[in-house]
Design a protein around this ligand. Structure first.
Ligand SMILES: Nc1ncnc2c1ncn2[C@@H]1O[C@H](COP(=O)(O)OP(=O)(O)OP(=O)(O)O)[C@@H](O)[C@H]1O
Ligand SMILES: [Mg+2]
Length: 418
């Protein structure tokens, strides 16, 4: 009787599991067994070429590779703490956002990994989101409200699996859509004062002046029958031959030296320099200068990184700066607004004083650029005013934020070495 039961359980397990090849574009990386009920990777059956694996998986010991692959898999999906995870669950009629990860080959627009069912002759060139169209109707509706699908030009294809939104990270509400052959990310807000999209645009303007590669964000409002949502819009930062390697993954190159303090900046820089990433020091320092100016509370280790070519495995360039919205006290109650010092995140889990960043800077920004940074106060003030209807910031608060920006540039000017 017991034997019979065990046989049934075993048979059930086999039926619930499937074999996949983890692919990096056209390259076979490894074969694994996947439990489609539990959405977990049960085992790694065979490794073909570990060099083409995600860096965290390549850099881990054989014994820990299975669990690291599962962590990587989970991190690939919408986080459970996504602002509208519940809406997504409801609109798709699923139990957890985790169930979305392995849909349509688990393809993404932030790298070129995908899951190929064993025995399938499907080819990356016929399915990838860089060259092929997809439909994000249900995601648009579940994110920005009923009617948003049409507003964003989606084709009313309900519950389509074919969308990179199944594999998009981050806390904020967001939708990837394809327009005129280009991938665009529409990202909302989710802080106390809700002006992250405006900050993203300001950050783009600062990066332009500092001459550091950046993702350009523009502002828009998605109007539907029941809600208006201010969003930032940006293009995808990579092409079809590239992947973003987040900083936490970069640090696995020398995992035993990581201290989780600001000093990891030096370790990170060394790794980038070993890999010949062009202008690593200049661009890293400029990113942290941006964070210093704007009091960015969110430069965690998934919010910057490098770009690797998936064919050559060269670390070609710094990832253009993205996700700088949670700054300028947008997530701080007004009574605590402090633009003179304020806090930032820099290789740490906790927030640290912005003063601590100063020790890192050893390049100077010239006077002409600082003057241009100063003059952004008007553009910033105008955006804050133009979108007041949605952010609900009062005139007084807008004045305080713009004055806060001026203060930040004043602080930044003072730390320039003459
Ligand atoms: N322009 C882009 N091109 C390619 N991938 C992107 C782009 N912007 C964001 N991503 C990917 O999507 C993830 C989430 O985006 P982003 O960091 O902007 O969202 P977020 O919700 O603000 O994140 P967080 O939780 O850090 O606040 C990023 O970590 C990155 O992997
Ligand atoms: Mg982010």
């Amino acid at each position: 009787m017991i034997e019979c039961f065990q046989r049934i359980v075993q048979k059930e397990m086999i039926l619930m599991s499937e074999k996949y090849i983890l692919m990096n574009q056209n390259k076979e990386v490894l074969k694994f067994e996947f439990d489609k009920e539990l959405n977990v990777i049960i085992s790694i059956d065979e490794v073909y070429d570990i060099n083409f694996a995600p860096l965290t998986i390549k850099n881990i010991s054989d014994e820990k590779r299975g669990s690291t692959l599962n962590t990587w898999f989970n991190d690939r999906g919408i986080p459970l703490y996504r602002d509208n995870a519940k809406d997504i669950i409801d609109i798709f009629g699923i139990d957890s956002v985790k169930q979305l990860i392995n849909r349509n080959y688990a393809l993404s627009v932030s790298d070129q990994y995908w899951f190929k069912p064993e025995g399938s002759d499907i080819e990356w060139k016929n399915i990838n989101y860089f060259e092929k169209n997809y439909d994000s109707f249900t995601f648009a509706e579940g994110t920005y409200g009923s009617g948003a699908g049409k507003v964003l030009g989606q084709n009313s294809v309900r519950n389509s699996d074919k969308t990179p939104n199944n594999t998009s990270g981050g806390q904020l509400k967001k939708v990837w859509i394809k327009k005129d052959g280009e991938n665009y990310l529409y990202k909302g807000s989710g802080t106390i004062h809700n002006f992250e999209p405006i900050n993203e645009v300001l950050a783009s303007k600062i990066c332009e002046i500092l001459e550091v590669p950046f993702v350009r964000y523009l502002l828009d409002v998605i109007h539907t029958k029941r809600q208006d949502s201010v969003v930032s819009i940006c293009k995808c930062a990579i092409n079809k031959d590239e992947e973003i390697i987040p900083a936490y993954s970069v640090l696995t190159e020398r995992a035993n030296e990581v201290t989780k303090t600001i000093n990891d900046y030096y370790l990170y820089l060394e790794i980038l320099e070993e890999k010949n990433v062009p202008n690593a020091k200049e661009y890293l320092q400029k990113m942290l200068m941006l964070d210093y100016i704007l009091l960015n509370e969110d430069r965690h280790l998934a919010n910057f990184g490098v770009i690797r070519n998936v064919k050559t495995l060269n670390w070609d360039r710094i990832c253009p700066i993205f996700d700088t919205g949670r700054c300028m006290n947008t997530n701080v109650t007004k009574a605590y607004w402090n633009f003179n010092e304020g806090e930032v995140k820099c290789f740490t889990n906790e927030l640290i004083s912005s003063f601590e960043l100063e020790k890192i800077f050893d390049i100077n920004i010239d006077k002409e650029k600082i003057e241009r940074l100063k003059s952004l106060d008007k553009a910033y003030g105008k955006m804050l005013k133009d979108y007041q209807e949605y952010t609900k910031l009062t005139d007084d608060e807008v004045e305080m934020i713009v004055a806060g920006y001026r203060k930040r540039i004043e602080c930044f000017e003072k730390i320039q070495k003459v």
